[in-house]
Design a protein around this ligand. Sequence first.
Ligand code: AMP
Length: 475
Amino acid sequence: MFVTDIRQLKYQEALHDHCGVFGIYAPGEDVAKITYFALHSLQHRGQESAGIAVSDGRKLRSIRNLGLVTSVFHEDNLNKLKGFVAIGHNRYSTAGGNVHQNVQPFILSTKYKVFALAHNGNIVNANELAKKLTNIHRTTTSDTEVLTYTIYKAKREKWKDKIINAASTLKGAYSIVACSKKRLYAFRDPWGFRPLVIGRLGSYYVVSSETCALETIGASYVRDVTPGEIIEVDRNGLTTLGQIAKPNLKFCLFEYVYLARPDSVLNGELVHNVRRNSGKILAQESPVKADLVAAVPDSGTSAALGYASTSGIPFGEVLIKNRYIGRTFIQPEQHIRELGVKIKFNPMEKIVNGKNIVIVDDSIVRGTTMKKIVEILKKSGAKKIHIRVCSPPIRWPCFFGVDTPERKQLIASEKSVEEIRKFIVADSLKYLSLSGLIKASRQSDSSLCSACFTGKYPINVNYNFKKNIFEKEAT
Ligand code: AMP
């Protein structure tokens, strides 16, 4: 599909990425294999495609394909990626955007410049920017291509100046790793919506979406790429090239709720601890009498442990997750999504039968997962099912890199909590308060983006929710 006017796309067909990125500069090391292992650790951030680009200083080679990291790469093709600088990407898109040409890293190859770029986030004004790109034949439907060309076309010679110049026109979320033939670059939007951290591997540097990948490859955490910072890594080490704009941190609160891995540290807080705290606070806010606290595995596990410890109700497993089924959330057709939930979770009848159970999950989006879970637990003989959700109701779509559906598909945008309870046929349903979640994250309210819960977008997106289109340029 070749899209010339993103504004004509419906929201769910538009281009959104919730992805994992990694970059390394390490002469003498097998940078392709290290990137492969890092992408493995970041697999939870994107499961639709994977790609690695490597440069040996003269030639930039890449392997990119649809599928999981394990299916895209193997010993033979990784061995062909020789070099000292590499970047990698795991992609997670909507169904419409999951096509081969959108697989990242995006490679820009012209007479004068070759570089590869991998992006986590979403450019809100990609359509406006695309219109300004004359003489460019677009080959993808991805906002990453628009972003890359916008930077490339900036009237400056040096990368740093190109990025600073182009960045003043970019609206939205971007945590980016890029490489030229000889250098690694990383930069992050001034709001710092998505995470991006720097690690050290021996005497070399790496950049990663999350700290869990640093631990996997044996690197140590150095610091976050600060919001708006542009860094360059080459044989002279790591340099801050410049600052896109004054930092104004609006870190995504949903990273703590669901997106990041529990063993990652975001802004100094271990994600597992934040989720555990949120479960504890929820137990204080919404207690209930029950025999057992259980999680929807794995996303609800840390929070369920917190709920159990504060409530004094024992924690137990009631649902066994089939780990090979993949994600149900992204299936475009509702009936397939529903079937997916059934295949994914199997209740243990011998444990469930006759019990009053608190089920803890991180979030409810459309309500599909929870409705099925209540149904299968009741069929297994549960007496009462109390649902506890460790985030506030999601009422607004995300424009900054999380693939939440259009507004009317978000169950909490149309229904009250009581109506949702009836829809999922639970005996009780309670959500964590926003203040409870922010307290659990130990971040300041002003440093977080909680637009999916409040509708207060840190950047004016000029989105017409009734017509489901971007109306004019984001401001
Ligand atoms: P739903 O069935 O549509 O209500 O989705 C809720 C389930 O999807 C919960 O179990 C969450 O853990 C999970 N979830 C929440 N947000 C996302 C997301 N952006 N991508 C994939 N899964 C998600």
